[in-house]
Design a protein around this ligand. Structure first.
Ligand SMILES: Nc1ncnc2c1ncn2[C@@H]1O[C@H](COP(=O)(O)OP(=O)(O)OP(=O)(O)O)[C@@H](O)[C@H]1O
Ligand SMILES: [Mg+2]
Length: 357
């Protein structure tokens, strides 16, 4: 363990009773990197170096973590700061740090030779649609369309590749929900921070070392329905909890949102049926429930260091199967325009606005 790491570990112990401490206390040599403007990810998997994403892909930087013990000690300290145990009996942690950033850490031997630390910088405040427009993620007309989608309480599925900006876009949309609405957000590690006065958070709990006490996402979605939600939001749907989400969205819980990993809108049907299979759902049941319960698919993608919304799609039952068709999309010259399902989106928006009114 390095002197720096030891000093920080002492700092954590000393400040444990006095509430959240500054990142410098527990993030050790990574604290400066996490504070650097524009940094979205800080990754360590070998002594002496970190990989940092400032928007243009990963860049290597040197850090004062001289050996694998120092990396391990840092991983353990970060997990402790996030309220999680990380040791031989429990070698994987997924946590939210006191500064809001998200931690994933794996110890050897699961990560052979050296602990692997993945830190995702999460904004303390959600970006507004105007911020997204200023960053080049959307244009003004698209921002107005998204605002209509939220106000009409359509159910939204945000899809994209890993790190493409799905969670960020969803938090921005939730910030537009009417202030009187009660939003219940279910997550693996709390990271969604909408600018909204009434957000109830439920965070998954993993089993303890005896294998007891887990409270999973599927259960939390069911619990959320009993909490008088106006919107049920699942941070990321990547397993059997799809069954509960589809069930919620099909039983009168309008305005819900979730995200899934899919490289294109066209991949969404297969992704949904694959997740449904994990819950024992036949493909036809997933397709029927998705077509009825999900109104809009928003696809985000990252290219040239910029994260952008690229398509607003509607889901439509097809016989057989499910189709995701573009209603509003970003063209080759960077201009947005209507797609084949534009009229259908307008009609869904019109019906929904009537229902809300
Ligand atoms: N339009 C944007 N402009 C600038 N930064 C953005 C934008 N969208 C997202 N980011 C930043 O990029 C990082 C990744 O975003 P986000 O967590 O939303 O992606 P994700 O697709 O949900 O990732 P994952 O696949 O890990 O769930 C975050 O640090 C976020 O603040
Ligand atoms: Mg995400």
């Amino acid at each position: 363990m390095t002197g720096a790491v030891e000093a920080s570990a002492n700092g954590l112990a000393a400040s444990g009773e006095s509430g959240p401490e500054p990142a410098a206390t527990w993030a050790g040599p990574l604290a400066m990197l996490l504070r650097t403007p524009g940094v979205t990810d800080v990754l360590v998997h070998r002594p002496g170096e970190a990989w940092v994403d400032k928007g243009l892909g990963l860049e290597r930087v040197e850090v004062a973590l001289p050996d694998a013990d120092a990396v391990r000690a840092l991983a353990v300290r970060l997990a402790a700061a996030g309220g999680q145990r990380l040791d031989d009996a429990s070698p994987v942690a997924d946590a939210r740090l006191p500064d809001g950033n998200r931690l994933h850490a794996v110890l050897p031997p699961v990560a052979p030779g050296c602990a692997a630390i993945s830190l995702r910088v999460v904004r303390a405040q959600a970006l507004t649609l105007a911020d997204l427009a200023a960053a080049g993620a959307i244009d003004a007309r698209t921002a107005a369309l998204l605002a209509r989608i939220v106000r009409a309480r359509l159910s939204v599925l945000v899809c994209g590749a890993t790190g493409s900006g799905k969670t960020t876009l969803m938090a921005s949309l939730l910030s537009l929900a009417a202030p009187h609405e009660r939003i219940v957000v279910i997550e693996e590690a709390g990271e969604i921070a909408p600018a909204h006065p009434h957000v109830v958070r439920l965070v998954e709990r993993r089993a303890n070392v005896e294998g007891a006490g887990s409270v999973g996402l599927a259960r939390l979605v069911r619990e959320a329905l009993r909490m008088r939600p106006d919107r049920v939001v699942l941070g990321e749907c990547r397993g059997a909890e799809l069954r509960e989400v589809l069930s919620a969205f099909n039983t009168g819980h309008r305005g819900g949102m979730t995200t899934i990993h899919a490289n294109s809108p066209g991949d969404v049907p297969v992704r949904l049926t694959t997740l449904g299979a994990l819950a024992g759902m036949p493909a036809a049941a997933v397709e029927a429930q998705a077509a009825a319960g999900l109104d809009v698919v928003l696809h985000v993608a990252r290219s040239g260091g910029v994260r952008r919304l690229t398509e607003v799609c509607v889901l439509r039952a097809r016989s057989p199967g499910l189709a995701v068709e573009a209603a509003w999309s970003l063209g080759a010259r960077g201009r947005w325009g209507p797609g084949p399902a534009w009229e259908e989106l307008l009609s869904v928006l019109g019906e929904a606005a009537d229902a809300v009114a």
